[in-house]
Design a protein around this ligand. Structure first.
Ligand code: ADE
Ligand code: ZN
Length: 326
């Protein structure tokens, strides 16, 4: 059993627990339901979630609480403290600055606030800036990328970009220009792909030059692509509970994580949206152990994969390896 955990795929807006929500709301004079159960219900996914599109409806309340610099800073700090208590020793928190501009904040102010929150915790953490899939996001995404270039660092700040949102509605191939520019500017990236769309989505992400893929569960149907991912050592950030809730996989007994490991794919385990999915990193590993028979050797491989794929320095990786495998 690992003594420590690493989180590479964790959304800030998906990690707002009822407790954090109350703290954010109280300091802004925002009213939330007094009933604890009702608040929990509003902040987590319901049993009848049928798709990623349904799942993405859950984010408006947490986002509405993070529209000021103070709230973003506080949220980043509190989420770090939560995961630190769960045994996480290194985390990458992702968020989309463009979703925090409802009350007049600029994307840059949102990024600066998140960086301020990051520096308040003792947990080793980095930020990934999410660009968003959507009808009209090109300009906002270009600004997110500009900020990633401006604030990019090897550790202790912004380390990469991502593409999040409704993959089933807005295909990955439409974001080629964005990622071509990211590549030219030397910004590392991960892309949510193979979650709500098929392996062709992952194929596009690989062609763009993604270092990592968010989810990627649907590559199972594609032998050639699986071989390519293994050979290029592209990390799959897998998130079991989330994948079940969004119906990225229908039958969890068929969840392909052990099969991927056997094929030599660089798989990692993550929570995605821990509050919305009512999970944490310990529960994800416990689930894999209990229901899929994940072995200790496989668990160690998952940790090693996370260390190798983290967007951080070699020094940090060496330190994490020591702490994970003592
Ligand atoms: N934003 C938050 N969670 C997400 C997910 N699982 N897929 C795409 N976008 C997201
Ligand atoms: Zn995600």
């Amino acid at each position: 059993m690992p003594k420590a955990y690493i989180e590479l795929h964790l959304h800030l807006d998906g990690a707002i627990t009822p407790e954090i929500a109350r703290m954010l709301a109280d300091s802004q004079g925002i009213l939330l339901p007094e009933d604890e159960k009702e608040l929990e219900r509003q902040l987590s996914v319901s049993e009848d979630c049928r798709s990623l599109n349904d799942f993405l409806q859950c984010f408006s309340l947490p986002l509405s609480l993070m529209q000021t610099a103070q709230a973003i800073e506080k949220a980043v700090y509190l989420v770090q403290e939560n995961i630190r208590k769960d045994g996480v020793i290194y985390g990458e928190i992702r968020f989309a600055p463009q979703l925090h501009c409802q009350k007049g904040l600029t994307q840059e102010e949102a990024v600066q606030a998140a960086l301020a929150g990051l520096s308040r915790s003792t947990l080793a953490c980095n930020l990934i800036l999410c660009c968003m899939r959507g009808e009209d996001t090109a300009e906002a995404n270009a600004e997110t990328l500009r900020l990633a270039v401006k604030y990019l660092t090897e550790d202790g700040g912004v380390v990469a970009i991502d593409l999040a949102g409704a993959e089933g509605l807005y295909p990955t191939r439409d974001y080629e220009t964005l990622f071509r520019t990211a590549k030219e500017k030397g910004v590392p990236f991960t892309i949510h792909a193979g979650e709500a769309d098929g392996s062709e989505s992952v194929q596009s992400a690989v062609e763009f030059g993604a270092a990592r893929i968010g989810h990627g569960v649907r590559v199972r149907q594609d032998e050639k692509l699986m071989n390519q991912l293994a050979q290029k050592h592209i990390c799959l950030e897998m998130c079991p509970t989330s994948n079940y809730q969004t119906r990225a996989v229908e039958d969890m007994s068929q969840y392909p994580i052990r099969e991927f490991l056997k094929r030599g794919l660089c798989v990692t385990v993550n929570t995605d949206d821990m509050a919305i999915s009512r999970t944490n990193i310990q529960k994800e590993f416990a689930y894999l152990r209990e229901f899929l028979g994940l072995t200790e050797v496989e668990e160690e491989q998952l940790m090693e994969n996370a260390i190798q794929s983290a967007f951080t320095t070699q020094e940090r990786k060496d330190e994490l390896r020591k702490r994970c495998f003592v």
